[in-house]
Ligand binder design. Structure first.
Ligand code: DGJ
Length: 347
């Protein structure tokens, strides 16, 4: 009996030890690209094609909310999901802060519309958080690419849908885009014009509600450059983008300029390495497509490239690849890492 008790005691201790290690592993502050990511409540993170806004010590990650169990062809878009974090490792679920409208089929964001790549900027003049997203009205496929606008009083919403417009001076609008807020508060809209896929840039008005003036074609950036993301380091601007192959991965591309509006110089493919989870290398951007570049606050020369690994059959299962950007002079590299943390920026 005594021996049995001792064996039981050892068994319980071993169990505790194993669960303690698992716990430590789960709460370790690391970024592991290309595997399923959980939020602080242990639920799968659902924020695809995202963007990040930093406000008062908190990062807000906005992304496409994909409805589980549906495919992209079967209306997986549920709106915009937001997560918040003080450290870029641990993410609190702020919920679906802009939902598609399930009740009113005439709504401009009625369930069945395509709502992609949300990005948020703050407008100091109106004190509003302004959200933009690619918006394709329900039942029309990808023909007319509107820019949808929603507003909120707080970065975690809720956001209220405001309006939509066709940007890029085109009757068919535009597609993938990124926004850049300059130091004077001006916001620039870099996007792919439809239907010719020219890469263009325009400026928003003071309220950030509509474009202010004409868009300009950026001749030096090849047409069909999708998924643009932009960052600035020491007065040098860098654009990361992809080719145009639907949901399938292709080779990343990069550009640099000493002025925001160019002219930009081509840098080629900045990515390097292999994603061991799917075997895809830099030719296919690790199986991903860029969505945004996060500036890590409080650190010098610290930027994170965000990529999506799309899963159009099960978009909810799409994965995230976040990797540090290394700027070297007038170029930059993004190397695959199995696991990393923000200490990579301390040199
Ligand atoms: C590529 C874009 O980057 C995505 O946002 C999405 O629109 C897909 N194309 C659709 O095929």
């Amino acid at each position: 009996m005594k021996r049995l008790k001792i064996i039981y005691g050892i068994f319980v201790m071993l169990l505790l030890c194993v669960s303690c290690q698992a716990q430590n592993k789960e709460t370790e502050n690391v970024i592991i690209p290309g595997i399923e990511w959980k939020d602080a409540s242990k639920n799968r993170i659902n924020a695809h094609g995202g963007g990040v806004l930093y406000e008062n010590g908190i990062y807000y990650w906005y992304g496409e909310h994909k409805i589980p169990g549906r495919s992209e062809d079967d209306k997986a878009g549920g709106g915009v999901h937001c997560y918040s974090s003080a450290d870029l490792y641990n993410w609190k679920d702020e919920g679906v802060i802009l939902s598609v409208d399930y009740d009113n089929p005439d709504s401009e964001i009625a369930f069945g519309c395509i709502l992609e790549r949300p990005k948020v900027v703050y407008n100091e003049i109106t004190s509003k958080y302004m959200m933009y997203f690619k918006l394709y009205p329900k039942g029309k496929g990808y023909k007319y690419g509107y820019l949808g606008v929603a507003t909120a009083d707080s970065p975690s919403g809720p956001f209220t849908y405001s309006h939509k417009f066709l940007a890029a001076d085109s009757e068919e609008g535009s597609g993938d885009f990124t926004l850049f807020k300059d130091t004077d508060g001006s916001v620039y809209h870099f996007t792919v014009r439809k239907p010719d896929k020219a890469f263009v840039v325009g400026k928003f008005n003071r309220e950030y509600t509509y474009p202010d003036g004409a868009y300009r074609v950026m001749e030096e950036i090849p047409p069909h450059t999708e998924a643009p993301a932009i960052f600035v380091q020491d007065g040098r601007y860098f654009i990361l983008g992809s080719g145009s192959t639907g949901w399938k991965p292709n080779t990343a591309r990069a550009f640099t300029a000493t002025s925001l509006l160019g002219p930009y110089k081509e840098l080629g493919n900045p990515t390097k390495g292999v994603n061991p989870h799917n075997g895809m290398n830099e030719e296919k951007t690790f199986g991903g497509q860029s969505s945004y570049i996060i500036k890590v606050e409080g650190k010098e020369n610290a930027f994170i490239a965000m990529f999506d690994l799309w899963k159009p059959e099960h978009p909810f299962d799409g994965l995230f690849v976040w990797l540090p950007i290394e700027v070297e002079g007038d170029t930059f590299n993004i190397e695959w890492r199995d696991k990393w943390d923000l200490s990579v920026f301390e040199k």
